[in-house]
Design a protein around this ligand. Structure first.
Ligand SMILES: [Zn+2]
Length: 191
């Protein structure tokens, strides 16, 4: 953990964990990858370790992130996918040379063509976004119910009724807001 930077939100879906590096898009936006090194940190946490990242690569990463967000949002509300976002996702997917590797323990790992290749890591994220948006995976794209967030997330709950992108932040805040808005039955009683 580097002091001074907002924490990462870690989800189980790579593409929407990545779009979650910018949160509160409809409020006071929180940028969780404000520097190239922070993107390096995020990639390492997500099994896509790279040695370094240039400013232009961070900009490309953010462009991919917002394109995934735009396409996933459109998919969640069944709007046509924005062509420019699709183009960016496809370009990033085609640009990289990452190989899926099966470990002896039976886990999948990603092997990048070189340790300095942020583009390879981005191609893995782009491909993950494609599989989610294309509806290949078991789950449903939805938008966070928090008005200041509205993040696209991938709902893999059995009932497909998840309301928030993240239970610990958006979910909790909404619950608290609702609790505080409720009239108390015994205003004088100790709590
Ligand atoms: Zn949210």
């Amino acid at each position: 953990m580097r002091a001074g930077f907002p924490d990462f939100r870690l989800g189980s879906v790579l593409a929407t964990s990545f779009t979650g590096t910018l949160s509160e898009r409809h409020g006071d936006a929180v940028e969780r990858i404000p520097t190239p090194q922070r993107l390096v940190d995020w990639l390492a946490v997500n099994g896509l370790a790279v040695d370094s990242c240039a400013t232009a690569q961070l900009e490309l990463a953010r462009e991919l992130r917002e394109s995934i967000h735009a396409a996933a949002t459109a998919a969640a509300v069944q709007d046509p996918l924005p062509a420019s976002a699709v183009q960016v996702i496809n370009d990033c997917s085609a640009e990289g040379r990452a190989a899926a590797i099966l470990t002896p323990e039976g886990n999948r790992q990603w092997q990048l063509s070189s340790a300095s290749c942020v583009e390879d890591a981005l191609s893995v994220i782009a491909a993950d976004a494609i599989s989610v948006i294309a509806g290949e995976r078991d789950g449903k794209l939805a938008l966070c119910a928090s008005p200041t967030c509205q993040a696209a997330f991938f709902d893999t709950s059995q009932s497909r009724t998840r309301k928030w992108c993240d239970m610990n932040t958006c979910g909790n805040r909404q619950k608290k807001a609702r609790f505080n808005a409720k009239p108390r039955k015994n205003p004088g009683s100790a709590e």
